[in-house]
Ligand binder design. Structure first.
Ligand code: ZN
Length: 143
């Protein structure tokens, strides 16, 4: 089900070189008190960690890429998990041969350069993640 949200602020900026990409996005949202929103980014990483949710085992499997990569596209959302701002993002990463890697952004992706665009949403009630029996994931409520 969908809820009506209102975009209240738009922010853009750069993340520091050497930062962990996911950690830096989470810190940014905590610092700016962003509890709901949309995040987009482009840039480059010195290495990456991507998650893939195995729907049978209900566990994340990880791919680590120890190479320089372009952030062709990062798209994510911001909501609450355990009452704290939580970024869920997916990335498409390009290598030196123009090949694309992709997946769920995991800790361990190191920023070389990154430009972030954030849209902050006001919501009628908090968007809080909770355990979903059907998938085994922490998802948004259905209503
Ligand atoms: Zn994901």
């Amino acid at each position: 089900m969908l809820r009506e949200v209102t975009a209240s602020r738009r922010l853009m900026g750069r993340l520091p070189q050497g930062a962990d990409l996911l950690e830096a996005l989470n810190e940014l949202c905590a610092r700016e008190n962003i509890t709901a929103g949309e995040v987009k980014a482009i840039g480059a990483l010195t290495k990456a960690a991507l998650g893939f949710y195995n729907q049978n085992s209900r566990e994340y499997e990880y791919v680590t890429l120890d190479q320089h990569l372009e952030i062709v596209s990062l798209l994510g959302d911001v909501s609450l998990k355990d009452g704290q701002p939580f970024v869920h993002a997916h990335v498409a990463l390009g290598d030196g041969q123009g090949r694309l890697w992709g997946g769920h952004l995991a800790p361990g992706s190191e920023v070389f350069a990154c430009e972030v665009m954030l849209t902050v949403y006001e919501t009628p009630e908090p968007f809080e993640r909770g355990f979903d029996q059907g998938t085994g994931l922490l998802l948004w409520p259905m209503q």
